[in-house]
Design a protein around this ligand. Sequence first.
Ligand code: F6R
Length: 352
Amino acid sequence: GKSGYDHFMLKEIHEQPRALRQCLRGRVDELGGTVELDELDEPPRPTAVQFVACGTSYHAALYGAQLFQDAGIPAQAFLASEYVTSPPPAGEALVVGVTQSGETADTLSALREAKGRGARTLALTNVVGSTVSRECDHVIYIRAGPEIGVAASKTFASQLAALNLFALATANGGDRDALGALRDLPSEVQAVIDDSTAAAVAEEYLDAEGYFFIGRGLNYPVALEGALKLKEITYRHAEGFAAGELKHGPLALVTENTPVIAIATGDDELARKTVGNVKEVEARNAPVIAVTDGQSDIERYADHVLPIPETHPRTAAVLANVQLQLFAYHTAARLGRSIDKPRNLAKSVTVE
Ligand code: F6R
């Protein structure tokens, strides 16, 4: 049952600390600074990685590709339905299917295409015994537990955590900062859930004409995911952009009736540039909702702040996403939507 929550989605958002603990359990040796994934008898040592996925899982794939790039391994994320038109993997490349259900037809078909091209394949999935787990050469389970809500919530967080484990196991084991951040992630997610004011902020924008989500780097996939979640469960128009792209067109749509939800964590070059983009939308009178760890000066240009604790950029993305999940959920709840079963959508999409 829903254990007292109004919707499975809210229950599953609240289950994220537990899901993340399950994902990490027994896999991180902090003393040795290593990651151990039992499912991989021998971790593949790819010279390049191609991710294929759809929807929310594609956003996780975009994040995963950045982790491998950071480790010096060329990596790209492809929409599974477009993979057939992409360049074949080279050399010892690994093709990774990210799919919660393990049954998504587009993703299975991209993986079969990759196999036909001679690539090794790996599945990152939630479902033991799923088609993807049987068809790939390797499998990593995200261990999120069953997800009932049609809109993915806890499984996205678990995908991001598992992608960190996968990247650390294959590419840059020994990154103690990243390992420590993963260890702290479940309790930080709990703190964000406990303290979130997303419901009150959502309340103020129920009549918005549209919602824009912007972020850079690892927060770019989070912006895309925030917009997708809002679309799916509220039926309102929302778009996610790389913050730098806003001025290349979408800015024409920005008005006082289009809140811009900007994710800026850390105080590096990426965050500073995002703050610059926020100034542009503020000058056009758009309401700004900043999701931030308080390190940049984005708060100066924001109407509302949805805070997250200061942490590693990899885990900051997970925490920022929790605020966006709650923003979407509470908007949908106030609009009286069918949150667990949005119109026209199914939990697993088995047609191409
Ligand atoms: C969004 C959502 C979908 C799925 C997509 C892929 O909330 O649930 O976009 O992410 O259909 O599904 P899986 O991960 O099962 O391959």
